[in-house]
Design a protein around this ligand. Structure first.
Ligand code: NAD
Ligand code: WQD
Length: 343
Protein backbone atom coordinates (compact mmCIF):
# COMPACT_ATOMS: atom_id res chain seq x y z
CA UNK A 1 0.00 0.00 0.00
CA UNK A 2 2.92 2.38 0.54
CA UNK A 3 3.10 5.11 -2.03
CA UNK A 4 5.38 8.07 -2.61
CA UNK A 5 2.39 10.43 -2.38
CA UNK A 6 1.04 10.98 1.13
CA UNK A 7 -2.33 10.16 2.59
CA UNK A 8 -4.26 13.24 3.71
CA UNK A 9 -6.11 12.72 6.99
CA UNK A 10 -8.64 15.37 7.96
CA UNK A 11 -9.50 15.32 11.66
CA UNK A 12 -6.38 13.22 12.21
CA UNK A 13 -5.72 14.63 15.70
CA UNK A 14 -9.09 13.34 16.95
CA UNK A 15 -10.03 10.05 18.55
CA UNK A 16 -10.41 7.71 15.57
CA UNK A 17 -8.13 9.81 13.37
CA UNK A 18 -5.13 9.55 15.71
CA UNK A 19 -5.41 5.75 15.89
CA UNK A 20 -5.61 5.60 12.11
CA UNK A 21 -2.65 7.96 11.59
CA UNK A 22 -0.62 5.70 13.87
CA UNK A 23 -1.39 2.61 11.79
CA UNK A 24 -0.70 4.45 8.53
CA UNK A 25 2.72 5.53 9.81
CA UNK A 26 3.44 2.01 11.06
CA UNK A 27 2.56 0.75 7.57
CA UNK A 28 5.21 3.07 6.12
CA UNK A 29 2.87 5.72 4.70
CA UNK A 30 3.60 9.39 4.66
CA UNK A 31 0.74 11.18 6.40
CA UNK A 32 -0.45 14.78 6.26
CA UNK A 33 -2.95 15.72 8.96
CA UNK A 34 -5.32 18.67 8.67
CA UNK A 35 -7.21 19.50 11.86
CA UNK A 36 -8.45 22.76 13.36
CA UNK A 37 -8.16 21.26 16.88
CA UNK A 38 -11.74 22.28 17.73
CA UNK A 39 -12.15 18.90 19.45
CA UNK A 40 -8.59 17.63 19.76
CA UNK A 41 -5.13 18.33 21.14
CA UNK A 42 -1.92 18.37 19.13
CA UNK A 43 -0.54 16.20 21.96
CA UNK A 44 -2.31 13.22 20.37
CA UNK A 45 -0.11 13.56 17.30
CA UNK A 46 3.02 14.01 19.42
CA UNK A 47 2.21 10.66 21.03
CA UNK A 48 1.45 9.06 17.67
CA UNK A 49 4.95 10.13 16.60
CA UNK A 50 6.42 8.72 19.81
CA UNK A 51 4.62 5.36 19.33
CA UNK A 52 5.44 4.98 15.65
CA UNK A 53 8.87 6.60 15.54
CA UNK A 54 7.55 8.54 12.52
CA UNK A 55 6.37 12.11 12.26
CA UNK A 56 3.09 12.97 10.60
CA UNK A 57 3.02 16.39 8.94
CA UNK A 58 0.49 18.57 10.74
CA UNK A 59 -1.37 21.66 9.51
CA UNK A 60 -3.74 23.41 11.89
CA UNK A 61 -6.29 24.35 9.27
CA UNK A 62 -10.08 24.63 9.28
CA UNK A 63 -11.85 22.88 6.41
CA UNK A 64 -14.10 25.91 6.24
CA UNK A 65 -11.06 27.95 5.18
CA UNK A 66 -11.05 26.83 1.55
CA UNK A 67 -7.96 28.84 0.63
CA UNK A 68 -5.82 27.44 3.45
CA UNK A 69 -7.04 23.89 2.79
CA UNK A 70 -6.39 24.29 -0.93
CA UNK A 71 -2.85 25.49 -0.23
CA UNK A 72 -2.07 22.46 1.96
CA UNK A 73 -3.43 20.09 -0.66
CA UNK A 74 -1.53 21.83 -3.46
CA UNK A 75 1.64 21.55 -1.40
CA UNK A 76 1.33 17.81 -0.64
CA UNK A 77 -0.68 16.46 -3.60
CA UNK A 78 -2.06 13.48 -1.68
CA UNK A 79 -2.77 10.13 -3.28
CA UNK A 80 -5.94 9.62 -1.20
CA UNK A 81 -7.76 11.24 1.68
CA UNK A 82 -9.41 9.90 4.80
CA UNK A 83 -12.01 12.37 5.95
CA UNK A 84 -12.70 12.26 9.70
CA UNK A 85 -13.09 16.00 10.33
CA UNK A 86 -16.56 16.85 11.55
CA UNK A 87 -18.66 17.77 14.53
CA UNK A 88 -20.22 14.69 16.09
CA UNK A 89 -22.26 15.45 19.24
CA UNK A 90 -25.83 14.37 18.58
CA UNK A 91 -27.46 16.53 21.29
CA UNK A 92 -25.47 19.63 20.36
CA UNK A 93 -26.41 19.16 16.70
CA UNK A 94 -30.05 19.79 17.60
CA UNK A 95 -29.11 23.04 19.38
CA UNK A 96 -26.79 24.46 16.71
CA UNK A 97 -27.87 22.64 13.54
CA UNK A 98 -26.68 25.28 11.09
CA UNK A 99 -23.16 25.10 12.52
CA UNK A 100 -23.28 21.31 12.09
CA UNK A 101 -24.50 21.51 8.50
CA UNK A 102 -21.96 24.20 7.66
CA UNK A 103 -18.99 22.52 9.31
CA UNK A 104 -19.67 18.99 8.12
CA UNK A 105 -21.14 19.59 4.68
CA UNK A 106 -19.34 22.76 3.58
CA UNK A 107 -16.11 21.30 4.97
CA UNK A 108 -16.59 18.19 2.82
CA UNK A 109 -17.35 20.27 -0.28
CA UNK A 110 -14.18 22.33 0.22
CA UNK A 111 -12.22 19.12 0.62
CA UNK A 112 -13.62 17.62 -2.59
CA UNK A 113 -12.89 20.81 -4.52
CA UNK A 114 -9.32 21.00 -3.26
CA UNK A 115 -8.69 17.29 -3.97
CA UNK A 116 -10.12 17.62 -7.49
CA UNK A 117 -7.69 20.48 -8.17
CA UNK A 118 -4.75 18.08 -7.69
CA UNK A 119 -6.49 15.18 -9.38
CA UNK A 120 -6.87 13.20 -6.16
CA UNK A 121 -9.91 10.98 -6.60
CA UNK A 122 -9.82 8.52 -3.71
CA UNK A 123 -11.64 9.24 -0.49
CA UNK A 124 -12.57 7.28 2.63
CA UNK A 125 -15.37 8.99 4.55
CA UNK A 126 -16.36 8.60 8.22
CA UNK A 127 -20.03 7.80 8.07
CA UNK A 128 -22.03 6.32 10.88
CA UNK A 129 -24.60 3.67 11.71
CA UNK A 130 -26.77 6.66 12.61
CA UNK A 131 -27.73 6.77 8.88
CA UNK A 132 -29.91 3.69 9.52
CA UNK A 133 -32.16 5.64 11.92
CA UNK A 134 -34.37 3.20 13.81
CA UNK A 135 -33.60 0.07 11.79
CA UNK A 136 -36.29 -2.58 11.90
CA UNK A 137 -34.17 -5.62 11.04
CA UNK A 138 -31.10 -6.93 12.82
CA UNK A 139 -28.32 -7.35 11.92
CA UNK A 140 -28.23 -4.18 9.81
CA UNK A 141 -26.98 -4.61 6.25
CA UNK A 142 -25.90 -1.78 3.98
CA UNK A 143 -29.14 -2.30 2.02
CA UNK A 144 -31.30 -1.27 5.00
CA UNK A 145 -33.41 1.87 4.51
CA UNK A 146 -31.63 5.12 5.40
CA UNK A 147 -33.03 7.84 7.63
CA UNK A 148 -31.86 10.21 10.33
CA UNK A 149 -33.29 11.25 13.66
CA UNK A 150 -31.13 14.34 14.30
CA UNK A 151 -29.17 17.08 12.52
CA UNK A 152 -25.84 15.30 13.00
CA UNK A 153 -27.21 12.16 11.35
CA UNK A 154 -28.62 14.21 8.48
CA UNK A 155 -25.19 15.72 7.81
CA UNK A 156 -23.82 12.17 7.41
CA UNK A 157 -26.70 11.18 5.13
CA UNK A 158 -26.36 14.31 2.96
CA UNK A 159 -22.62 13.81 2.67
CA UNK A 160 -23.10 10.19 1.59
CA UNK A 161 -25.52 11.42 -1.10
CA UNK A 162 -23.20 14.17 -2.29
CA UNK A 163 -20.28 11.74 -2.49
CA UNK A 164 -22.40 9.28 -4.49
CA UNK A 165 -23.37 12.10 -6.89
CA UNK A 166 -19.73 13.15 -7.24
CA UNK A 167 -18.85 9.56 -8.20
CA UNK A 168 -21.63 9.37 -10.76
CA UNK A 169 -20.36 12.59 -12.36
CA UNK A 170 -16.73 11.41 -12.40
CA UNK A 171 -16.31 7.70 -13.20
CA UNK A 172 -12.69 7.77 -12.01
CA UNK A 173 -13.64 8.86 -8.53
CA UNK A 174 -13.71 6.22 -5.78
CA UNK A 175 -15.28 6.73 -2.39
CA UNK A 176 -15.76 4.35 0.52
CA UNK A 177 -18.23 5.52 3.17
CA UNK A 178 -17.44 3.56 6.31
CA UNK A 179 -20.48 3.32 8.54
CA UNK A 180 -19.05 2.91 12.02
CA UNK A 181 -21.13 1.32 14.73
CA UNK A 182 -20.01 2.26 18.29
CA UNK A 183 -16.26 2.96 18.47
CA UNK A 184 -14.74 2.44 21.93
CA UNK A 185 -11.44 1.56 23.57
CA UNK A 186 -7.98 2.96 23.09
CA UNK A 187 -4.53 2.01 21.87
CA UNK A 188 -3.17 -0.76 24.13
CA UNK A 189 -0.21 1.45 25.11
CA UNK A 190 -2.62 3.75 26.98
CA UNK A 191 -0.94 6.71 25.24
CA UNK A 192 -3.77 7.69 22.88
CA UNK A 193 -7.50 7.41 23.42
CA UNK A 194 -10.83 9.21 23.53
CA UNK A 195 -10.71 12.60 25.24
CA UNK A 196 -14.23 14.03 25.33
CA UNK A 197 -14.81 17.66 26.24
CA UNK A 198 -16.90 18.13 29.39
CA UNK A 199 -19.50 15.54 30.30
CA UNK A 200 -19.23 12.56 27.92
CA UNK A 201 -22.27 11.88 25.75
CA UNK A 202 -21.25 8.32 24.98
CA UNK A 203 -21.48 5.32 27.23
CA UNK A 204 -17.91 4.02 27.42
CA UNK A 205 -16.11 7.26 28.33
CA UNK A 206 -18.83 7.97 30.88
CA UNK A 207 -18.38 4.53 32.47
CA UNK A 208 -14.59 4.87 32.67
CA UNK A 209 -14.98 8.29 34.32
CA UNK A 210 -17.30 6.72 36.92
CA UNK A 211 -14.85 3.85 37.50
CA UNK A 212 -11.96 6.29 37.98
CA UNK A 213 -14.03 8.35 40.46
CA UNK A 214 -14.52 11.47 38.33
CA UNK A 215 -18.31 11.01 38.35
CA UNK A 216 -20.47 9.44 41.06
CA UNK A 217 -22.61 7.11 38.95
CA UNK A 218 -23.76 6.22 35.47
CA UNK A 219 -27.25 7.24 34.41
CA UNK A 220 -28.71 4.36 32.42
CA UNK A 221 -31.12 5.75 29.86
CA UNK A 222 -33.99 3.29 30.07
CA UNK A 223 -34.37 -0.32 31.24
CA UNK A 224 -37.69 -0.96 29.52
CA UNK A 225 -36.46 -1.62 25.99
CA UNK A 226 -37.43 -4.88 24.26
CA UNK A 227 -33.92 -6.30 24.88
CA UNK A 228 -32.82 -9.22 27.10
CA UNK A 229 -32.17 -7.02 30.17
CA UNK A 230 -34.21 -3.97 29.11
CA UNK A 231 -31.20 -1.71 28.43
CA UNK A 232 -30.07 -0.56 24.97
CA UNK A 233 -28.00 -2.95 22.86
CA UNK A 234 -25.15 -1.69 20.62
CA UNK A 235 -22.35 -3.06 18.46
CA UNK A 236 -19.21 -1.76 20.20
CA UNK A 237 -16.08 -1.88 18.07
CA UNK A 238 -12.50 -1.46 19.28
CA UNK A 239 -10.96 1.71 17.82
CA UNK A 240 -7.83 -0.21 16.80
CA UNK A 241 -9.97 -2.59 14.70
CA UNK A 242 -11.82 0.42 13.31
CA UNK A 243 -8.57 2.16 12.35
CA UNK A 244 -7.43 -1.02 10.57
CA UNK A 245 -10.65 -0.85 8.54
CA UNK A 246 -9.46 2.45 7.05
CA UNK A 247 -6.18 0.96 5.88
CA UNK A 248 -8.12 -1.94 4.39
CA UNK A 249 -10.38 0.57 2.62
CA UNK A 250 -7.39 2.36 1.08
CA UNK A 251 -6.04 -0.99 -0.08
CA UNK A 252 -9.40 -1.85 -1.64
CA UNK A 253 -9.53 1.28 -3.83
CA UNK A 254 -8.11 -0.65 -6.79
CA UNK A 255 -10.90 -3.21 -6.48
CA UNK A 256 -13.91 -0.89 -6.30
CA UNK A 257 -15.55 1.60 -8.58
CA UNK A 258 -17.78 4.52 -7.64
CA UNK A 259 -19.14 4.97 -4.15
CA UNK A 260 -19.44 2.06 -1.70
CA UNK A 261 -20.99 2.16 1.78
CA UNK A 262 -19.56 -0.43 4.17
CA UNK A 263 -20.47 -1.24 7.77
CA UNK A 264 -17.67 -1.46 10.31
CA UNK A 265 -18.92 -3.37 13.33
CA UNK A 266 -18.38 -6.71 15.05
CA UNK A 267 -21.82 -8.13 14.30
CA UNK A 268 -22.49 -8.65 17.99
CA UNK A 269 -24.55 -6.48 20.35
CA UNK A 270 -24.03 -5.84 24.07
CA UNK A 271 -26.43 -4.18 26.49
CA UNK A 272 -25.56 -1.19 28.68
CA UNK A 273 -25.51 -3.48 31.73
CA UNK A 274 -23.20 -5.96 29.99
CA UNK A 275 -20.75 -3.15 29.16
CA UNK A 276 -20.96 -1.88 32.74
CA UNK A 277 -20.18 -5.35 34.14
CA UNK A 278 -17.31 -5.80 31.68
CA UNK A 279 -15.82 -2.49 32.82
CA UNK A 280 -16.18 -3.49 36.48
CA UNK A 281 -14.16 -6.60 35.67
CA UNK A 282 -11.53 -4.67 33.68
CA UNK A 283 -11.09 -1.98 36.31
CA UNK A 284 -11.66 -4.06 39.43
CA UNK A 285 -13.88 -1.19 40.62
CA UNK A 286 -17.62 -0.91 41.11
CA UNK A 287 -19.56 1.24 38.64
CA UNK A 288 -22.64 2.53 40.47
CA UNK A 289 -25.63 3.35 38.29
CA UNK A 290 -29.12 4.81 38.41
CA UNK A 291 -31.91 3.97 36.01
CA UNK A 292 -33.32 7.06 34.26
CA UNK A 293 -35.90 7.55 31.55
CA UNK A 294 -35.06 6.85 27.92
CA UNK A 295 -32.85 9.36 26.09
CA UNK A 296 -34.66 11.06 23.21
CA UNK A 297 -33.77 9.59 19.83
CA UNK A 298 -32.21 6.37 21.21
CA UNK A 299 -33.07 3.08 19.56
CA UNK A 300 -33.43 -0.22 21.43
CA UNK A 301 -30.99 -2.30 19.44
CA UNK A 302 -28.36 -1.72 16.77
CA UNK A 303 -25.76 -4.15 15.46
CA UNK A 304 -24.08 -4.63 12.14
CA UNK A 305 -23.96 -7.26 9.51
CA UNK A 306 -20.23 -6.83 8.82
CA UNK A 307 -20.02 -9.35 5.97
CA UNK A 308 -19.61 -6.74 3.20
CA UNK A 309 -16.45 -5.45 4.92
CA UNK A 310 -15.14 -9.00 5.05
CA UNK A 311 -15.89 -9.60 1.36
CA UNK A 312 -14.81 -6.27 -0.10
CA UNK A 313 -12.06 -5.18 2.29
CA UNK A 314 -10.90 -8.52 3.70
CA UNK A 315 -11.41 -6.90 7.10
CA UNK A 316 -13.06 -8.10 10.26
CA UNK A 317 -13.09 -6.90 13.86
CA UNK A 318 -10.93 -9.09 16.11
CA UNK A 319 -11.07 -7.54 19.56
CA UNK A 320 -13.59 -8.62 22.21
CA UNK A 321 -15.52 -6.47 24.67
CA UNK A 322 -13.07 -7.40 27.47
CA UNK A 323 -10.17 -5.98 25.43
CA UNK A 324 -12.16 -2.83 24.63
CA UNK A 325 -12.71 -2.30 28.36
CA UNK A 326 -9.11 -3.19 29.35
CA UNK A 327 -7.73 -0.67 26.86
CA UNK A 328 -10.29 2.06 27.64
CA UNK A 329 -9.48 1.62 31.32
CA UNK A 330 -5.70 1.75 30.80
CA UNK A 331 -6.11 5.01 28.84
CA UNK A 332 -8.44 6.49 31.47
CA UNK A 333 -6.21 5.54 34.38
CA UNK A 334 -3.00 6.83 32.88
CA UNK A 335 -4.66 10.02 31.56
CA UNK A 336 -7.36 10.84 34.12
CA UNK A 337 -7.79 14.35 32.67
CA UNK A 338 -7.15 13.41 29.06
CA UNK A 339 -4.46 15.12 27.00
CA UNK A 340 -4.96 18.48 28.70
CA UNK A 341 -3.88 17.04 32.05
CA UNK A 342 -0.44 16.15 30.70
CA UNK A 343 2.66 18.30 30.82
P1 NAD B 1 -13.23 13.64 17.06
O1 NAD B 1 -14.04 14.83 17.41
O2 NAD B 1 -12.28 13.11 18.05
O3 NAD B 1 -12.45 13.89 15.69
C1 NAD B 1 -12.88 14.81 14.71
C2 NAD B 1 -11.73 15.75 14.43
O4 NAD B 1 -12.12 16.67 13.42
C3 NAD B 1 -11.32 16.56 15.67
O5 NAD B 1 -9.95 16.41 15.86
C4 NAD B 1 -11.71 18.00 15.30
O6 NAD B 1 -10.81 18.93 15.88
C5 NAD B 1 -11.63 17.96 13.78
N1 NAD B 1 -12.50 18.92 13.08
C6 NAD B 1 -13.83 19.11 13.24
N2 NAD B 1 -14.26 20.06 12.40
C7 NAD B 1 -13.18 20.47 11.67
C8 NAD B 1 -12.97 21.43 10.65
N3 NAD B 1 -13.96 22.21 10.20
N4 NAD B 1 -11.73 21.57 10.14
C9 NAD B 1 -10.71 20.82 10.59
N5 NAD B 1 -10.83 19.92 11.56
C10 NAD B 1 -12.06 19.73 12.11
O7 NAD B 1 -14.27 12.51 16.60
P2 NAD B 1 -14.04 10.97 16.28
O8 NAD B 1 -14.80 10.19 17.27
O9 NAD B 1 -12.62 10.69 16.05
O10 NAD B 1 -14.86 10.89 14.92
C11 NAD B 1 -14.23 11.00 13.67
C12 NAD B 1 -15.31 10.95 12.60
O11 NAD B 1 -16.03 9.74 12.72
C13 NAD B 1 -16.34 12.08 12.68
O12 NAD B 1 -16.66 12.49 11.37
C14 NAD B 1 -17.53 11.42 13.33
O13 NAD B 1 -18.73 12.02 12.97
C15 NAD B 1 -17.42 10.00 12.80
N6 NAD B 1 -18.06 9.00 13.67
C16 NAD B 1 -17.70 8.92 14.98
C17 NAD B 1 -18.31 8.00 15.80
C18 NAD B 1 -18.00 7.94 17.28
O14 NAD B 1 -18.82 7.43 18.05
N7 NAD B 1 -16.82 8.39 17.72
C19 NAD B 1 -19.27 7.12 15.27
C20 NAD B 1 -19.58 7.20 13.93
C21 NAD B 1 -18.96 8.15 13.12
C1 WQD C 1 -24.90 3.64 23.85
C2 WQD C 1 -25.97 3.07 24.78
C3 WQD C 1 -27.58 4.71 25.50
C4 WQD C 1 -24.71 7.11 27.81
C5 WQD C 1 -23.94 7.57 19.39
C6 WQD C 1 -24.45 8.37 18.24
C7 WQD C 1 -24.10 7.70 16.94
C8 WQD C 1 -22.60 7.39 16.87
C9 WQD C 1 -22.11 6.68 18.08
C10 WQD C 1 -21.50 9.16 15.74
C11 WQD C 1 -27.38 3.59 24.48
C12 WQD C 1 -26.77 4.20 26.67
C13 WQD C 1 -25.29 6.13 27.01
C14 WQD C 1 -25.08 7.19 29.16
C15 WQD C 1 -26.56 5.32 28.85
N1 WQD C 1 -21.83 8.60 16.81
N2 WQD C 1 -26.19 5.26 27.52
N3 WQD C 1 -25.99 6.28 29.64
O1 WQD C 1 -26.30 6.52 21.12
O2 WQD C 1 -25.56 4.25 20.23
O3 WQD C 1 -24.55 6.28 19.35
O4 WQD C 1 -22.51 7.39 19.26
O5 WQD C 1 -21.81 8.88 14.63
O6 WQD C 1 -24.50 8.56 15.93
O7 WQD C 1 -25.85 8.50 18.35
O8 WQD C 1 -23.97 5.61 21.61
O9 WQD C 1 -22.52 5.55 23.58
O10 WQD C 1 -24.24 7.39 23.40
O11 WQD C 1 -25.00 5.05 23.84
O12 WQD C 1 -27.36 4.53 29.32
O13 WQD C 1 -24.62 8.06 29.91
O14 WQD C 1 -25.67 3.50 26.10
O15 WQD C 1 -28.90 4.92 25.86
O16 WQD C 1 -28.27 2.53 24.74
P1 WQD C 1 -25.24 5.66 20.60
P2 WQD C 1 -23.86 5.98 23.14
Amino acid sequence: MTSPRPILVTGGAGYIGSHTVLQLLEAGQRVVVVDNLCNAHEESLRRVAELSGQQPTFHQVDLLDAAALGAVIQQHRPQAAIHFAGLKAVGESSQIPIQYYHNNITGTIHLLQALAAVNCRQLVFSSSATVYGDAQEMPITEAAPLSATNAYGRTKLFIEHLLADACIADPEMKVICLRYFNPVGAHPSGRIGEDPNGIPNNLMPFITQVAVGRRPHLNIFGNDYPTPDGTGVRDYIHVVDLAAGHLAALDAMDRISGCEAINLGTGRGYSVLEVLRAMETASGRPVPYEIQGRRRGDVATSYADPSKAQQLLGWQARRELSEMCDDAWRWQQSNPLGYAGQP
